[in-house]
Design a protein. Structure first.
Length: 142
């Protein structure tokens, strides 16, 4: 019963974690825009979200719990699919214009991706806030 109420929160929680990881990758690209030889990094949000939702165990806890160290079996480990160092979600961005110093960062594309991701992050926060308000009003009987 509780899983039915929290499934949407789990989904939006995973989306929030992936959005923050993508924001970190885009910010890294922008910070290294003048670094010679830097290769821009990004990942496909839809593929990463699909992998994160399929990696969840039936009990609602993320898979890979055995690889995470928790001090109590009731603790919820961090999902392994959202780690930027996992290597399976972070790829290379396509280069749109060649540069003399072999830097693949396109500032216009990175700024647009940064703003788009920030707006979607805010929308995800609003969904979580709305869902928690709905649950709170149902609990209080209003």
């Amino acid at each position: 019963m509780l899983d039915k109420m929290t499934n949407r929160l789990d989904f939006h929680g995973n989306a929030l974690l992936l959005r923050s990881e993508r924001q970190r990758a885009i910010a890294s690209n922008i910070a290294n825009a003048d670094t010679p030889g830097y290769v821009a990094r990004d990942f496909k949000f839809a593929d990463a979200m699909r992998a994160a939702t399929q990696a969840q165990a039936p009990a609602g806890q993320p898979a890979g719990q055995s690889s995470q160290s928790v001090s109590d079996p009731r603790h919820i480990p961090l999902p392994a699919a959202t780690s930027g160092t996992s290597g399976n979600t972070l790829g290379y961005a396509l280069q749109s214009q060649p540069s003399l110093d072999n830097n693949t960062v396109d500032m216009d594309r990175e700024r647009a991706a940064f703003v788009d991701n920030a707006v979607r992050y805010e929308a995800t926060l609003r969904f979580i806030n709305g869902q928690s308000r709905t649950m709170l009003s149902a609990i209080q009987g209003q």
